[in-house]
Design a protein around this ligand. Structure first.
Ligand code: IPE
Ligand code: IPE
Ligand code: MG
Length: 245
């Protein structure tokens, strides 16, 4: 298994709220969409670093179900950027062994955006080194509701609906829950990202704006994670299931 620079075993799954693109651009008197473009470059760099560190799953928040409330110009800029990113970077990501999945509500986006998603998913479906899940038009509450809808459509009876069964309908059913949840941009909130899946994630917040997030920033987050004591409700130093008294 790969090791991080500190020698620790890496988290299997890292989730990132890539926040701060707009402020990065504002500081440079640039339009907000210029910050989003830099944000894509940061993501491409971080994907490579995650693969090198042996991280198996990376889930990034690219566009929330609430981001439709932004000015039309910014929303259409983000949609165009989604498509141009696939065109520009798909070949490189495919060659790096990255498997791309888009998670989110597909109903509301244009046919062109959906076609770009299909291309990204189908073109990388054979890869398994790093699973890159891009949350686009995603909301944690939407995810829970769509999972319940699927379970009901499958005819599950109330008593059959367990946490495990419901997890099997969630957008990230192919991945373990995130071990490490990172938010850049200085805000201390989840903003309707992976509500169900972060139940036991370690949370890491940094003031770094997403376009500035680089290898050193990721390693700092991984080093911080390596120092965490994950207890999952157990008592420290006590083996699973053993009484503590
Ligand atoms: C995150 O950056 C990217 C998206 C939400 C699409 P922001 O655009 O939210 O950047 P700030 O928070 O305004 O700086
Ligand atoms: C969260 O960032 C969504 C993404 C990073 C895609 P926002 O900038 O939209 O979150 P709020 O509005 O500050 O909570
Ligand atoms: Mg923001």
């Amino acid at each position: 298994m790969s090791k991080t620079p500190s020698g620790a075993v890496p988290p299997a799954h890292v989730a990132i709220v890539m926040d701060g693109n707009g402020r990065w651009a504002n500081k440079r008197f640039l339009p907000r969409v210029a910050g989003h473009k830099q944000g894509v470059d940061a993501l491409v760099r971080i994907v490579q670093v995650c693969a090198d560190r042996g991280i198996r799953h990376l889930t990034v928040f690219a566009f929330s179900s609430e981001n439709w409330r932004r000015p039309e110009e910014e929303v259409s800029g983000l949609m165009s950027l989604m498509m141009s990113t696939v065109a520009k970077h798909l070949g490189r990501l495919e060659a790096q062994g990255v498997r791309i999945r888009i998670i989110g509500d597909r109903a509301m986006v244009s046919d062109k955006v959906r076609a770009a998603w299909d291309e990204a998913e189908q073109g990388t479906a054979h890869n398994s080194r790093l699973n890159l899940n891009v949350a686009f038009n995603y909301g944690g509450r939407w995810d829970i509701v769509q999972a319940c809808q699927q379970a009901l459509a499958d005819g599950l009876r109330p008593e059959e609906l367990t946490e495990e069964r419901l997890s099997g309908y969630m957008a990230l059913r192919h991945a373990p829950d995130p071990d490490l949840f990172i938010r850049t941009g200085g805000e201390y909130r989840i903003s309707n990202f992976l509500l169900w899946q972060v139940a036991y994630s370690e949370l890491y917040f940094t003031d770094c704006l997403w376009p500035d997030f680089d290898e050193a920033q990721l390693d700092a987050a991984l080093a911080d994670f390596a120092r965490r004591d994950r207890r999952f409700g157990l008592v420290k130093g006590n083996p699973a299931g053993a009484p503590s008294a």
